[in-house]
Ligand binder design. Structure first.
Ligand code: COA
Length: 339
């Protein structure tokens, strides 16, 4: 479709999903051999038991995961790459500052007529990309848009005692979703929110230059290009903002917590998810936790959960699904859909 044509669709549907996980699994027992930590410490504080990490020597990088996830999502949607109008990739760990992961992934799946750009909003990146892609389709200029979340945090931490406060938390993954203009007015995004507070940037960042680390008061002694995180500050931010975000999104849609069929949440810490579950009385089957298997996979975490629910047949037509992300920046956002 020519991007100058504007035919506003009646609705927007989630037409396909796909994921790409590295083969290599690092369990808590594996980490115990690499650093001074314990399965008990990690499990009690985070709920994480294992995570996947890439093997760079096998060519696994962010672009490779993004491409695999995109190809799988296209197949699931029954679309060819050439039918895509746009590819958006949420990532904070592109293989290079340029080119974008999205442009190379689009090329590799034959999306030669598509535009492509990366979107950097850390663990909120997928939700921000979903909202952006939806707006472009609803505006009538794009019909088939791929949204990818792909991140490889293992490149930015070390698996030693010095790096243990972050190395145990994160995993690598890619996941993708195909959005499509639809004639069905019941399928659509019905409320969304995107927020940022750069005043909290120093709580979670990856410096390239010493002067930037110093400006954020870095006292970790870690080398440049390794993730710094003030765990307790991020924890407080997340347990405070997460329920507020759910409440605001429900209010925007004039809905109650019990109206929502699935809360598809960024997986950063099981305790953060439990606090929201308790606050709103959300039953277990409506808030999937898979952090035990994959850790925090940053931009891939939200679509990874959705794909899991979808392939199990738990996402039914007409259901209400609230996607929620929060992370570095600081950033936080939601996307509420009738699917
Ligand atoms: N294994 C064993 N001990 C560890 C450890 C590890 N992997 N990592 C840190 N520790 C130690 C610390 O050195 C500290 O020791 P000390 O008291 O002797 O100084 C102790 O454990 C407590 O550290 P603390 O950071 O206070 O623990 P915590 O209870 O706050 O839990 C997190 C740490 C990271 C699990 C928690 O703060 C958290 O989940 N924060 C949010 C992180 C997050 O969600 N980030 C991504 C956002 S998208």
């Amino acid at each position: 479709m020519n991007a100058t044509d504007t035919i506003r669709p009646a609705g927007v549907e989630i037409a396909g999903t796909g994921t790409a996980l590295p083969d290599r699994e690092l369990t808590n027992a594996d980490l115990e051999k690499l650093m001074d930590t314990s399965d008990e410490w990690i499990t009690q504080r985070t709920g994480i038991r294992a995570r996947r990490i890439v093997t760079p020597e096998n060519g696994e990088n962010t672009t490779a995961l993004a491409t695999r996830a995109l190809a799988a999502a296209l197949q699931d949607a029954g679309l060819e790459g050439s039918e895509l109008d746009l590819v958006v990739c949420a990532t904070m760990t592109p293989d290079m500052p340029t080119p974008g992961v999205s442009a190379v992934a689009a090329h590799r799946v034959g999306a030669t007529g598509a535009g492509a750009f990366d979107l950097s909003a850390a663990c909120s990146g997928f939700v921000f990309s979903l909202n952006t892609a939806h707006a472009l389709i609803a505006g009538g200029r794009y019909r088939n848009v791929a949204v990818i979340g792909a991140d490889i945090l293992s490149r930015f931490m070390e698996y030693t005692t010095r790096g243990r406060s972050t190395a145990v938390l994160f995993g690598d993954a890619g996941a993708a979703m195909i959005l499509r203009a639809s004639d069905d007015p019941h399928k659509n995004l019905i409320a969304q929110a995107m927020h940022a507070d750069g005043g909290g940037a120093q709580h979670l960042y990856i410096p390239t230059f010493e002067r930037d680390a110093q400006a954020y008061g870095d006292d970790t002694g870690l080398p440049m290009s390794q993730l710094r995180m003030h765990g307790p500050a991020v924890f407080r931010f997340a347990v405070g903002k997460f329920p507020q975000l759910i409440a605001d999104t429900l209010e925007r849609a004039d809905l109650a917590p019990e109206d929502i069929d699935h809360f598809v949440c960024h997986q950063s810490n099981q305790r953060i998810l439990e606090s929201a579950r308790e606050r709103f009385g959300i039953p277990h089957e409506k808030l999937r936790v898979n952090i035990n298997k994959y850790g925090n996979t940053v931009a891939a975490s939200v679509p990874l959960v959705f794909h899991e629910l979808r392939t199990e047949g738990r996402i039914k037509p007409g259901q209400l699904v609230m996607f929620l992300g929060f992370g570095a920046g600081l950033t936080w956002g939601s996307s509420l859909w009738r699917v």
